[in-house]
Design a protein around this ligand. Sequence first.
Ligand code: S3P
Length: 443
Amino acid sequence: MTTAASGQRFHLSQGGALCGRLRVPGDKSISHRAIMLGSIADGETEISGFLEGADALATLRAFRRLGVEIDGPRGGRVRIRGVGRDGLRPADAPLDMGNSGTSMRLLCGLLAGQRFASTLVGDASLSRRPMRRVTEPLAEMGAQIETAGEDTAPLRITPAAELVGIDYRLPVASAQVKSSLLLAGLYARGQTCVTEPAPTRDHTERMLAAFGCPVARDGARVCVEGGARLRGCRLEIPADISSAAFFLVGASIAPGSDLTLEHVGINPTRTGVIDILRAMGADIRIEAPRDVGGEPVADLRVRAAPLRGIQIPEELVPLAIDELPAVFIAAACAEGETVLTGAEELRVKESDRIQVMADGLARLGIAAEPQLDGIRIQGGRLGTDETTALIDSHGDHRIAMSFAIAALRASGTIEIDDCANVATSFPGFAALAAGVGLRIREA
Ligand code: S3P
């Protein structure tokens, strides 16, 4: 299986407003972790709100191939018969992670501690993404991992004589690396600790606690004990704020919009996009905040508002890392200049999101100047009258959806190429978006 783009195209007519209520699909990061922890837990885990997108399904299929019985997904429900910490079995062929960096990096840590060998492969985009950030610290723990090139998948993991806990300081703020090491740490002798340079999403830590395996936190340092056992549980997965972000931006930039996004996860390690948009002048209200199985959730009401350019605070970058392409569209519609720095990580996502967004914005007539670690965007008028702007998403789901919402403020039509990978994180995007007012057609 691969999730390579098949060339599906979005056609967008300009204008419109976003109104009504909408629940976007389940959180991708949490969906991956639910499958992983449920699989190595003792007893059953029942999940609702699971994201039936290609990335999370790649994780689900991988665990089936590792011998775990998993029912579903059906309407977001999944039931896992956990095999316990030592119950995984070798897969009979390489495990295909498709387009999913989270699957590959987290599984690399988890599989490094098994008594059998595994091979992890991915699509063309994933096979270009840096893996040394996980293989190097895992090797320090004693893991045996071979990469294809210097630094890239396929990854061949062979059984280690023993994994030993380490005390590791992350060179980049990465929840994927942190989580990979914590998962390996469950199989290591002694304690495994990770210190992050800036806060990153903490779903692994929260979910380990929900499975009865508390993670010790002391400031920026988190630690797990080797040998801990997990207990199956019930998990309700909130709607993904990363998917909601397209609508937060869309309703902010489209005059007359008034949209409520229901049951969105507002974990404080994910809400950078709300802080950035509010600093730009957005009208976003957090309604009915509540707690769902250890994760904070709320409804988000967003109404159109005039936006102004800002210097994006660097500490918000890891808290909004996946939402920055959508923020660039907000910046293009804002008055004045928006400046982003400290975001070089964007260059090693599913595409080089700094360059690809700058190219697309230029197509729409926006002055966007890419920098090594960010971008400068001058707000202006999107698109040229009576012509169609053709945007290449480079097979990157978040690029495709960002330019789709840009149409709300464009002066001409927009066509976006290579959109099949939207299904990695947001299956049904076009239909849901059309339902609240986006003038989108798929072909
Ligand atoms: C993710 C972490 C982030 C994010 C990715 C999902 C996760 O990556 O970009 O889409 O689920 O842990 P990094 O931690 O590498 O920044």
